[in-house]
Design a protein around this ligand. Sequence first.
Ligand SMILES: Nc1nc2c(c(=O)[nH]1)N[C@H]1C(S)=C(S)[C@@H](COP(=O)(O)OP(=O)(O)OC[C@H]3O[C@@H](n4cnc5c(=O)[nH]c(N)nc54)[C@H](O)[C@@H]3O)O[C@H]1N2
Ligand SMILES: Nc1nc2c(c(=O)[nH]1)N[C@H]1C(S)=C(S)[C@@H](COP(=O)(O)OP(=O)(O)OC[C@H]3O[C@@H](n4cnc5c(=O)[nH]c(N)nc54)[C@H](O)[C@@H]3O)O[C@H]1N2
Ligand code: SF4
Ligand SMILES: [Mo]
Length: 740
Amino acid sequence: MAQAIDNTALLEKFGPHGAFSTGLRLAANVEPDRVVNTHCCFCGQQCGIQLKVKDNEVIGFEPWFDFPFSRGMLCPKGVKRYLQGSHPDRLLHAYQRDPSAPEGFRELGYERAVEQVAGAISRIQREHGPDAFAILTGASLTTEKAYLMGKFARVCLGTANIDYNGRLCMVSAAAGNKKAFGIDRAANPWDDILHADMIWISGANVAECAPITTDYVWRARDLGAKIIVVDPRITPIARTCDLFLPVKPGRDIALFNGILHLMIERDWLDHDFIQNQTVGFDKVAECVNPWTPARTAEVTGIPERLIHQAAEWWGTAKSSFLMHARGIEHHSHGVQNVLGAINIVLASGRIGREGGGYATITGQGNGQGGREHGQKCDQLPGARDISNPEHRDYIAKVWGIKPEEMPGPGVDAYEIIRKIDSGEIRGLLSICFNPKISLPDNNFVARALDKLDFYVAIDFFLNETARHADIVLPGSLHEEDEGVVTQIEGRVIKINKAVECPGEARQDWRIIQDIAAALDRPHGFTFTEPKEIFDELRTASRGGVADYSGITYEKIDNQYGVFWPCPSEDHPGTPRLFEPGSWNPVAKGAGPFYFPDGKARFNVADYTPPAEDVDSEFPIMLTTGRVVSQFLSGTQTRRIGPLVEQFPEPRIEMHPQLAERIGVVDGDWVTTESRRGDCTLQALVVTTIRPDTVFIPYHWPGRKSANQLTISAQDPISKIPEYKVCAVRLRKAERVPDAK
Ligand SMILES: Nc1nc2c(c(=O)[nH]1)N[C@H]1C(S)=C(S)[C@@H](COP(=O)(O)OP(=O)(O)OC[C@H]3O[C@@H](n4cnc5c(=O)[nH]c(N)nc54)[C@H](O)[C@@H]3O)O[C@H]1N2
Ligand SMILES: Nc1nc2c(c(=O)[nH]1)N[C@H]1C(S)=C(S)[C@@H](COP(=O)(O)OP(=O)(O)OC[C@H]3O[C@@H](n4cnc5c(=O)[nH]c(N)nc54)[C@H](O)[C@@H]3O)O[C@H]1N2
Ligand code: SF4
Ligand SMILES: [Mo]
């Protein structure tokens, strides 16, 4: 069993370049047997990539130039992703916890492990009821697997308690989009960015986290577009923008309200659009009335003249594209922030056309598809609502069960952890989720995990959370399975299988079906290939807002992906939403938006401060996020040597003025404390961050983990955690921390 979890141990074990490359026959020297067109396993850009395969091993890659979204481009993670497969930590067997074993686990035959899982599920559900067993899933899974997991929870286990890691990612945007438009998807294909003369980017580190989108933004700039960036840090994309608004973390809604205030005052509005295509403007106008530039400047920390400039550029633009990401969404009022952004788009009337674009930037590889087909606690396939009797009837019929047998809504991912802590939930299955690193206040998460009667994790690496498991089952890497994912634009694309699973590892969907069989509840879990799951999913999604019924694997191949909704096989798909006359099962011709009257909704979104504001004890704002070379909890990218080298350790980013105040220089060790924990890291002193704010990337475990500090406050609607702001204090560290 592999031990090398953190990169210190990893570097000691394998040297700076690691066994990652020496174990491989490098592509340059060896002719591949085959080349497989597929997509990168990491972020929501889903770049096209061609994997070179020799003897059941991925030995290299080539860009896939024909794939129209990325046109051959890849970022450092995509370039190095192929190095994971032959990593020595790859799980090849099932494992059982055994404190007497050197690594805390010992190997176990796969069949035996599955029997133990089924035995534990039966016992816990018999003794404590069906909801006492919970499931945590992930949006890096293909849509087929995400669908299967939702069905497995509701049909096989009969538990209400399933939720997914998109709860930490896209849910504020999803909730805001549904409230305003009745549908949750990027409104436009990315080519529309090129037709914008004004691009507004809020809370998105585009260059590091959505690298291909950078190319679109820069091409638009070459064509004359102006760019506004709103961020507490001057990120790489901000260095090339025309107007940078250095917002204080947690204050975006005040800014959007201030912009709308000026748009109304100067009459920079599309009256026709507001009158004919929307409802609710007057109430919003009333709400933004007090948001004068002076008040907006005071709350947001952005100079008044920059607010005037931004409002004028946005208000008078002829065409535009507004995009945002987690910087405005990871807040206890994340949904309000999203609604504020949508309000300024609706007031401009620039949506639903080539020159009118709006989107949230998808995070995970299948962040979009993974949130549509039922692995969310309140959702059924086709973006249906588990509390809606008609929706339940339809899905129950597809699943061959009675609607009353189907559980109701469960609780969100963090609440699942709280219920584990309180003893209400006794058993857990996790797949494609590493909550011990990724959830806020993660010392609490670790303590809760140790209270479980039984925990099974399915992964291809032993992630930090899986170290708390009783059984670990070896799942499949991206290139060992096939299925669809939906990328950033809403385009459904196909992941193709390149190699077989090694050792006793199994495709994730087979493992789930094996557990159903061992529970003696195989009904509905006898699929023989992903295509069969997809075909059932197509039927289950038919008539829902996220309608995939007209999408087939062949059609995806033929047209480089199909944009949903796609209600029939002869329908080409819907690249741009909200165009007059486009298919819409809710409005049925009444208008372009997904409400019975076909109109979009303005929503009142007023400012409330972050859950934990600064005070004299904790005077600095901490915000957290990413660096280009690492991905999420780092389980995968901390095992890829060249990526580790690029950014080996998390560092705490701070302004020189703040560094001087606490008496440190670049490279000194700094202890950051919040009300929940502390963390000692080296200072990265930069002039590109607000002096009242520090930033820590969160990809590392243990004592390097930013989530020791973060707060578990959540948005009341979306239940997203407030990763982007909490209060901390800093001091020069007394001593250099231990390597771990
Ligand atoms: N390299 C890399 N790329 C990734 C990922 C990764 O882990 N690594 N993960 C993928 C996933 S799942 C996601 S969700 C996306 C995330 O993509 P992004 O949301 O772009 O990335 P983050 O770093 O989380 O945060 C974005 C920016 O928000 C800013 N910010 C912080 N607080 C505030 C605030 O209150 N207001 C505003 N306006 N801005 C604020 C931060 O300074 C940061 O620059 O990236 C995807 N791509
Ligand atoms: N402080 C702070 N915390 C954050 C954030 C932040 O900005 N700041 N961002 C949040 C966001 S946006 C996100 S998306 C979450 C992500 O949080 P996590 O979901 O915990 O992160 P991942 O690293 O994707 O963990 C997924 C696990 O799934 C495994 N995996 C990947 N693909 C597959 C597969 O196909 N099959 C199986 N069986 N396993 C697979 C990986 O090996 C890994 O162990 O983190 C959140 N946490
Ligand atoms: S991580 Fe994202 S941008 Fe980088 S290659 Fe993969 S899909 Fe493309
Ligand atoms: Mo995310």
